[in-house]
Design a protein around this ligand. Structure first.
Ligand SMILES: Cc1cc2nc3c(=O)[nH]c(=O)nc-3n(C[C@H](O)[C@H](O)[C@H](O)COP(=O)(O)O)c2cc1C
Length: 233
């Protein structure tokens, strides 16, 4: 037990479940936000913190979040993002969720050295061991190393954990969101690079997320039944 789990036991578990399920039911993919309603700065910081604290494979955080508030820069994105156009025009805050390219994520990259030594602060013998284990994972465990796209998608998969946590954090505050993949990847990446929004030597675009307050009613939420989704053996 630690301080957090002690506190969780002490407070009402039913209350915690209710709050979280209410947030999941409240969250829906908003197309049109109320353009007049902006998020409070501290609320958006909380959302970003939920992203920053998200888990990642080996703790290597293969993401970067670029917040695009300048309307002119959103206009750079819109022509290449048909599925996100309405959100780009109306959301209070928009995040580009970038994923690190394979050259950044291979075991002998400067970025992995930085993570092992400067962020995780591992003693050098432990860092070396972790780097070797990670290298084996990339080469044989997940067999990613020789497949650029597979390795990039693996980094993207991890960014979606941060995406989910940010949307849940927002929903807990009654803030709406929309995850967005409705773009032409190679076109938008080129436009982002030309506009100075993405360093194409190090990153690719995984997805985008919009935050704000909904304009109008939520769409009806449909989900398969739990016994269709879950199998017990
Ligand atoms: C990875 C991902 C990408 C999505 N891309 C878009 C998008 O580009 N534009 C959009 O309007 N909705 C997008 N959605 C929202 C989904 O359509 C929506 O989550 C789904 O229909 C379920 O509805 P709900 O989120 O309102 O419960 C995306 C959702 C996910 C998870």
């Amino acid at each position: 037990m630690n301080d957090y789990s002690d506190a969780a036991s002490a407070r009402s578990r039913e209350e915690a479940k209710r709050l979280l399920l209410d947030a999941y039911r409240f969250r829906h993919a908003v197309k049109d936000f109320d353009a007049e309603r902006k998020l409070a700065a501290e609320d958006f910081e909380f959302i970003l913190e939920a992203g920053r604290l998200s888990p990642s494979s080996y703790g290597f955080e293969p993401w970067k979040f670029v917040v695009v508030q300048n309307p002119e820069l959103r206009d750079v994105i819109a022509p290449h993002a048909g599925g996100a156009r309405r959100q780009l025009a109306s959301a209070s805050h928009v995040i580009l969720v970038l994923a690190r390219l394979p050259r950044e994520m291979v075991a002998d990259s400067d970025y992995i050295s930085y993570m092992l030594h400067d962020v995780q602060r591992l003693p050098s013998d432990i860092a070396d061991m972790k780097r070797r284990t990670y290298d084996t994972f990339l080469r044989t465990g997940f067999a990613l190393q020789n497949n650029e796209r597979a390795m990039f998608e693996w980094a993207c998969r991890q960014t979606y954990l941060a995406l989910g946590n940010m949307m849940t954090a927002a929903a807990m505050l009654g803030i709406d969101s929309c995850p967005m993949e409705g773009f032409v990847k190679h076109e938008l990446e080129r436009a982002l690079t030309e506009a100075g929004l993405m360093d194409a030597e190090r990153f690719g675009l995984a997805c985008m997320a919009a935050f704000g307050y909904r304009a109008g009613e939520a769409s009806v939420k449909t989900r398969r039944a739990i016994d269709e989704v879950v199998e017990w053996r």
